[in-house]
Design a binder for this molecule. Structure first.
Ligand code: PMP
Ligand code: GLN
Length: 382
């Protein structure tokens, strides 16, 4: 069969996780927590299953969960969201992103995205006949070059996809970024998708600035997030999309035929958990300790790095240590130092190799310490 996605193979997350398993290496590649979620949350799922909540949920999500998301948004961003009309529960952020892209993009439309870019955006754009327009983020902090963005916007631009806190760099958008974006899209038929799955993982003096907080951006935005990151449940695949009523209506037309609805007992469990637990408020401090522990150890490895501003990823530079490509080094470290990472070139369309690796520090302190010891004792040079 002639492929609709000829250049797409297995994702690097699957490739590196598989290699880590085969090599018996510590897996700091694919981004998922290495520890379990709260047993209370697990018990709530069992409770709702036993109570008989085992059939389809309403298409747009269980009302209790949508109310709980509205309440969380009220608490964290001090804004009002209409739970009935503006929130749709999805099967992970992946589904939310796919549905939003499909709802907006028509054949020939241009979609601006920033690279390094998370890998699920491009295939979704291409399956809708859209043309991805990649704009490189500016090294070393991976901030946005707004003059470059202005120069790429034209009559065909229909959508801009942003991601804050950013995977893989951890860059967190500033209020200037929001204002610049608002200036560019004002009075133009351009929509926005904001991937905010790391919304509750932001460090130091930084603050997560959702596109929802900016009135001009909010009216054009699909804001996508996930409970996978927030409650250590990446395997549950429960996410959501917040968008104005008219955009949510179009989003739901796609969601209705993509998955129709999301696991009922999981939605009810998360809804009840959100009512009584403000766990997401403690998440930044929890991960900041892990980032600090990891960065302290990294100082002895020879890698260069700047501590991540957000997300549960830490990038490192290695160009001064070896001429290997990032992919070669990631494989070599998995095989020889027994620590798996993600090469950054995979987040670039033309496999640009900035000579950087990404490590996931969402692991127990003991596992992080073991990984660091293995990286420190491994001779990177030569
Ligand atoms: N966006 C980004 C930036 C991610 O890192 C991830 C996955 N970790 C997703 C979307 C997908 O989220 P989910 O697992 O909820 O589908
Ligand atoms: N988002 C995760 C990461 O960046 C991976 C998710 C996946 O495996 N598709 O590592």
């Amino acid at each position: 069969m002639k492929s609709k996605l000829p250049n797409i193979g297995q994702t690097i997350f699957t490739v590196m996780s598989q290699l880590a398993q085969n090599e018996n290496a510590i897996n700091l590649s694919q981004g998922f927590p290495g520890f379990d979620c709260d047993p209370e949350l697990q018990e709530l799922v069992t409770y709702y299953m036993r109570k008989g909540y085992n059939q389809y949920a309403p298409m747009s999500g269980m009302p209790l969960l949508r109310e709980a998301i509205a309440e969380k948004t009220r608490k964290t961003l001090t804004i009002e969201i209409d739970a009935e009309a503006e929130i749709t529960v999805t099967s992970g952020a992946t589904e939310a992103l796919f549905a939003a892209i499909t709802a907006v993009v028509r054949s020939g439309d241009e979609v601006i995205l920033f690279e390094p870019a998370y890998d699920s955006y491009q295939p979704a754009i291409e399956l809708s006949g859209g043309i991805p327009v990649f704009i490189p983020l500016t090294m070393p902090d991976f901030s946005v070059d707004w003059d470059l963005v202005k120069s790429k916007v034209n009559d065909k631009t229909r959508l801009i996809i942003v991601n804050t806190p950013h995977n893989p760099s951890g860059y967190v958008w500033t209020s200037n970024d929001l204002d610049q974006l608002a200036g560019i899209v004002a009075h133009k038929p351009i929509y926005l998708i904001s991937d905010e799955v790391y919304e509750h993982i932001v460090f130091d003096e930084k603050q997560h600035l959702s596109l929802l907080t900016h009135p001009q951006l909010r009216e054009k935005s699909f804001v996508c997030s996930s409970f996978g990151k927030t409650f250590h449940i990446t395997g549950w695949k429960v996410g959501y999309c917040i968008a104005p009523q008219s955009l949510s209506a179009e989003f739901r037309k796609v969601h209705q035929y993509l998955t129709f609805s999301t696991s009922t007992p999981m939605q009810l469990a998360i809804a009840e958990y959100l009512e009584t637990k403000d766990r997401y408020l403690e998440l930044s401090a929890f991960y900041q300790n892990k980032r600090d522990l990891f960065c302290e150890g990294l100082k002895q490895t020879g890698f260069k790095f700047t501590a991540a501003q957000g997300s549960f990823f830490q990038m490192v530079e290695f160009g001064h240590l070896t001429d290997l490509s990032d992919y070669e080094l990631a494989v070599k470290l998995t095989r020889e130092a027994k620590v798996a990472s993600i090469p950054i070139s995979v987040f670039y369309q033309n496999q640009t190799d900035p000579k950087m690796l990404r490590f996931c520090f969402a692991k127990s302190d003991q596992e992080l310490e073991r990984a660091l010891n293995q990286l420190i004792s491994y001779k990177l040079k030569g």
